[in-house]
Design a binder for this molecule. Structure first.
Ligand code: SAH
Length: 205
């Protein structure tokens, strides 16, 4: 599948119906999702692989991974309403995904997900709940040897030092996350948040 076609398919998916600020429910824009997934696919991290989407929301990354030929996709979120939208989205494009209603902060969650080859994720940035991104880093390293995560721009040094001894940063790709006014505390109608896709490789213990 070509990048443009993937982007168009992802663009047509339903977004959050009633996003929760506490859970930092922001939809990943289709161009950023498609770029992350294509990049991972070119590195051989998607096709024929077991892929996990942590904090899947409405399912854009999980669905994209499935469309790019992942052999199995597990998508996890704490919010049942989002999971229902994600299920409907997957059904609409014929993506076969295992949805799991689970809490990434629960240390037992990686065990329930099982081993995966690749994690793709757009976790909460920790803007509402300080350090909300940390359990996602922990869980992803417990689940897979390769992780593609979207973080606030400038997170590189934090992510690197937080993972010390557990994972290393392979690559950082800059991007933009366009956000329309979603929550009452948003002052601007539209804002572009600079983000980075951080590619993490787990260190062998
Ligand atoms: N990956 C989606 C959603 C990103 S928003 C997308 O790209 O569109 C972050 C997601 O993380 C939300 O769907 C939110 O419900 C989920 N989330 C937040 N805290 C969580 C937790 N502790 N466990 C599982 N999911 C969580």
């Amino acid at each position: 599948m070509k990048l443009n076609r993937l982007e168009r398919m992802l663009e047509n998916l339903e977004g959050f119906s009633d996003p929760s600020p506490r859970l930092e429910q922001y939809r990943t824009p289709a161009p950023l999702a498609a770029r992350l997934l294509f990049h991972a696919a070119l590195k051989g991290a998607i096709e024929g692989k077991r892929v996990c989407d942590l904090g899947c929301g409405t399912g854009i990354l999980a669905i994209g991974a499935s469309l790019l030929g992942a052999c199995e996709v597990v998508a996890v979120d704490i919010d049942t309403k989002s999971l229902q939208i994600a299920r409907d989205n997957a059904g609409r494009v014929g993506a076969d995904i295992l949805f799991l209603h689970d809490d990434v902060t629960d240390p037992e969650t990686p065990g329930r997900i099982g081993h995966c080859d690749t994690v793709v994720m757009n976790p909460p940035f920790g803007a509402q709940q300080l350090h909300a991104d940390r359990p996602f880093i922990d869980a992803s390293l417990a689940i897979a040897p390769v992780v593609y995560g979207i973080f606030n721009a400038g997170s590189r040094s934090f992510v690197g030092s937080y993972m010390a001894g557990r994972g290393v940063i392979d690559e950082v790709i800059s991007g933009l996350l366009p956000i329309r006014r979603t929550f009452s505390f948003h002052k601007d109608e539209f804002r572009e948040i600079p983000v980075e896709v951080i590619v993490i490789r787990r260190m062998v213990a």
